[in-house]
Design a binder for this molecule. Structure first.
Ligand SMILES: NC(=O)c1ccc[n+]([C@@H]2O[C@H](COP(=O)([O-])OP(=O)(O)OC[C@H]3O[C@@H](n4cnc5c(N)ncnc54)[C@H](O)[C@@H]3O)[C@@H](O)[C@H]2O)c1
Length: 411
């Protein structure tokens, strides 16, 4: 058995998660001595065997390389590795509760829990998206505890599932409260990324990350509202989209309609709203549009595609993860769609290639039994379903994903 290094350049609290693990692997491949610390024992055991606990492009290959190099250690305990590390990265997020208020407690609890292991001279790098002012609050907390721990905030901006590739090419926003810590962050990222660094004040960096996510969420909502507006009037949005974007550069940034979900965009838009005393009309409107889309689809099927006999029909939902070709179901709107469809249809079946769940059906069985097929998540493999298997079915394909759907709505 390989012996554990005595010292680490970096320890990542939450190192088995979607942000922590790709970052840790990339740092280890960059030659840094890295400890991944996580309470998820199952994920840690998998990582030790060289397997990513979730889907990540080139994940397993890179992880095995890092383990072989001897620069990566995965641990569920002991937390004493924190004291042995120069930089402690924390990727514990700030969720929003059922009343859409940010729960600052999650980060505070982790810091308090591990406080006895922090020591003078360390840097704590916050990497998850934060409520504005969190980094400063943490810096003051350490000062009150008479610990010379410097705080940096360097937000993660990768696309989930392609993190290892993107970290290496993407510019990193770095922020801290003193020049030495900023320099330390610059040198750290220079070892793993060719994208360079962008320096900001901590509050600027916190807002830059939240604005970026809210911007994406609002953009998706715009596309979704355009789609519902046209569809309600029986106008084919796919054709409108094509008319707007074909050979016209200025409209290329308009996304296609579809479920805007996942663990970040909704939460961060609501965090920003809370930060602005709930005066964030665009953000709240985006939430209403995006979160309202599953209900819109069910209503649309019921009243326009089914002559009000949906209660006699069966629905098959394709895709339960929050985005295409991912295995992540966190905050996926497919589950909301299934709940609402169950209120109206005779039966509802659902399928996913990447998410295993006893409540899901096999693809063939679903296709055989369903009168109506909804493409909820545009996994690439759904585009390969033979056309004859969808014959005589009502297809709802907001993404316009299936190659043979004549319009976005019906075959
Ligand atoms: N997923 C993304 O691509 C992404 C991108 C940018 C920013 N973010 C931000 O990063 C945050 C984290 O997201 P994620 O997707 O990595 O979440 P995640 O759930 O995949 O990872 C968090 C990890 O922290 C671990 N953890 C929780 N409490 C712990 C503790 N006390 N000690 C040690 N480990 C602990 C969990 O077991 C989990 O493995 C989010 O809140 C989000 O703001 C995520």
């Amino acid at each position: 058995m390989a012996t554990k290094p005595r010292r680490f350049d970096v320890c990542i609290i939450g190192g088995a998660g979607h942000v922590g693990l790709p970052l840790g692997v990339t740092m280890a491949l960059g030659g840094l001595q890295v400890a991944l610390l996580d309470i998820n024992k199952k994920a840690i055991a998998q990582i030790k065997k060289g397997r990513f606990p979730f889907k990540e492009e080139d994940g397993d290959v890179s992880l095995r390389k890092a383990l072989k190099k001897g620069t990566l250690t995965a641990l569920a305990a002991p937390v004493s590795v924190i004291a042995k590390s120069d930089v402690v990265v924390v990727v514990i997020g700030t969720p929003v509760d059922e009343y859409l208020n940010p729960q600052f407690g999650a980060l505070d609890q982790v810091i308090e829990k591990y406080l006895p292991h922090f020591r003078d001279g360390q840097t704590i790098m916050l990497r998850s998206t934060l409520f504005p002012g969190s980094a400063e609050r943490l810096q003051r907390y350490f000062e009150k505890k008479k610990l010379k721990v410097s705080v940096a905030f360097c937000p993660e901006r990768v696309i989930e599932g392609k993190a290892i590739r993107e970290i290496q090419i993407m510019p990193q926003i770095i922020s801290a409260f003193d020049k030495e810590t900023l320099q330390r962050m610059k040198e750290l990222f220079a070892k793993i990324s060719k994208g360079g660094t962008v320096v900001a004040q901590p509050m600027e960096a916190e807002l830059a990350k939240l604005y970026s996510n809210a911007w994406r969420y609002i953009t998706f909502a715009t596309a979704n509202q355009f789609y519902t507006m046209a569809t309600e009037r029986g106008v084919d949005y796919t054709r409108i989209y094509r008319a707007m974007t074909d050979k016209y550069e200025r409209m290329q940034s308009l996304p296609r309609p579809g479920f805007a979900a996942g663990p970040c965009l909704f939460k961060d838009t609501m965090q920003l709203a809370a930060f602005n005393q709930n005066h964030f009309f665009l953000g709240h409107s985006a939430m209403l549009v995006n979160e309202g889309l599953p209900r819109f689809i069910v209503e649309h099927i019921k009243h326009r595609l089914c002559n009000n006999d949906l209660h006699e029909k069966t629905i098959g939902i394709l895709g339960m993860t929050f985005k295409a070709d991912s295995d992540d179901t966190r905050d996926s709107l497919s589950f909301k769609l299934r709940k609402m469809a169950k209120l109206e249809a005779k039966a509802v079946y659902a399928h996913d290639f990447y998410h295993k769940d006893p409540s899901l059906s096999r693809l063939d069985a679903l296709l055989k039994k369903s009168d109506i097929i909804i493409v909820a998540t545009p996994h690439k493999r759904y585009a390969q379903i033979p056309k004859e298997k969808l014959k005589n079915k009502i297809i709802v394909d907001i993404w316009n994903h299936l190659p043979y759907t004549k319009t976005a709505i019906e075959l």
